[in-house]
Design a protein around this ligand. Structure first.
Ligand SMILES: *Cc1c(COP(=O)(O)O)cnc(C)c1O
Length: 380
């Protein structure tokens, strides 16, 4: 029996060829491939502007900067997320204020957002956790009358759909991740998308030291125009090596999402007949890419979450604890992060686990996982 991993990127000869071509071209930093990846990503996500960056973390930071969030501001974020969601406001001197999540989706809702709002709130980061689309219209019904900026953390959301459109299309700014743990990977990498031209233009400059002329444009001219640095910027650039991989991965995305949804449907059907287990599911307003397939373990399932993880590990199946709670981490334990109850976050973090799901997971492998879940419940 071979080990079943929780996640495996799907990379092949097309990616190898694409990278080889970039190396042969002699231009490996941000250049024509990044520009092409941005165009194709914007088109596929049905959003006007896309700015490639080095990670989703830097995309979130840049989003806050161009949204004008700064010292003294509060930014509402779910604690139930990878730590980068909470860290981004800190980078711009703002305070992350933790909100709880809806127990069914693991995402912010109008209620949990309202419970966390403070008079100093200028932005909200709404996450499509594990790929489940957040109900953005419900969030905007709260934020729009108050002039609060909505940033979507779609790190996990590429290929998920919200009310008939790709997730992220309805936010002021959306941040994406291409880390190998996500379903479209460039090794490391991220994207910032926005329908707003001015925000995207400023982000495009800021990611490259706020240079008035890009390095690629200077290279295109033998006598390079003099550049100016219009404000204090960053080096958040993606390379053409990464973008070439991203272009190939983007083409594959529909096939990848379809396969993940097939795997999720098989898990869901099996779990529906195991008392005490509850699987993540599509919400009424959209479809998930099932970037993470999480399961809540509760009464009357005979094992607790950690015991089930051990049972899976004993069968050489690498499952994982569910999504983390940022407020419990040492980095945030002693900081002021608001007053909202985080009871659902605590509950989900303690009782969920993530099952293996990746493009090349075979039916036999999946049967092995399901057998362990059933065996744990005393079923054959
Ligand atoms: C993975 C992840 C990030 C960070 O993405 P990087 O590209 O690794 O910076 C941010 N937010 C969420 C919700 C994530 O899952």
């Amino acid at each position: 029996m071979s080990r079943i991993n929780v996640m495996q990127p799907w990379l092949g000869q097309a990616e190898i060829d694409a990278v080889a071509e970039v190396i042969s071209s002699g231009w490996v930093a941000q250049g024509p491939r990044v520009a092409q990846f941005e165009r194709e990503f914007a088109q596929s996500q049905q959003v006007a502007h896309a700015v490639a960056v080095s990670s989703c973390t830097t995309a979130l930071q840049l989003a806050l900067v161009v949204a004008g969030v700064s010292a003294g501001d509060d930014v509402v974020v779910p604690s139930f997320s990878f730590i980068a969601t909470a860290n981004a406001p800190v980078y711009v001197g703002a305070r992350p204020v933790f909100a709880d999540v809806d127990p069914l989706t693991g995402n912010l809702s109008a209620e949990t957002l309202l419970a966390a709002l403070t008079p100093a709130t200028t932005a909200v980061i709404a996450v499509d956790q594990g790929g489940v689309p957040v109900d953005l219209d419900a969030i905007r019904a709260v934020t729009d009358p108050l002039g609060i900026v909505v940033i979507e953390d779609a790190a996990c959301g590429v290929g998920s759909v919200y009310r008939g459109r790709p997730v992220g299309a309805g936010a002021d700014l959306t941040a994406w991740s291409f880390h190998p743990r996500k379903i479209l990977t460039t090794g490391e990498g991220g994207m910032l998308t926005s329908p707003h031209q001015e925000l995207a233009d400023r982000a495009r400059r800021l990611r490259e030291h706020a240079m008035s002329v890009s390095a690629a444009d200077r290279h295109a001219n033998t006598l390079a125009p003099a550049e100016e640095y219009t404000e204090v910027g960053y080096n958040f650039r993606m390379t053409d090596l990464q973008a070439a991989v991203g272009i190939v991965q983007l083409e594959r995305l529909p096939v990848v999402v379809e396969r993940r949804r097939e795997i999720a449907a098989v898990y869901s059907a099996a779990i529906a007949s195991i008392p005490g287990l509850r699987a993540v599911a599509d919400p009424e307003w959209g479809t998930s890419n099932f970037q993470s397939f999480w399961v809540e373990v509760g009464y009357p399932y005979p094992l607790d979450r950690d015991e089930l993880l051990t049972a899976l590990a004993n069968a050489d199946i690498s499952a994982r604890r569910g999504i983390m709670a940022s407020h419990r981490q040492p980095a945030y334990r002693d900081r002021s992060t608001g007053e909202a109850s985080l009871a659902v976050t605590d509950q989900l973090t303690d009782s969920t686990l993530i099952l293996p799901i990746y493009h090349e997971l075979t039916g036999d492998d999946q049967d092995r996982v399901i057998r362990v879940l059933r065996f744990g419940a005393g079923l054959s």
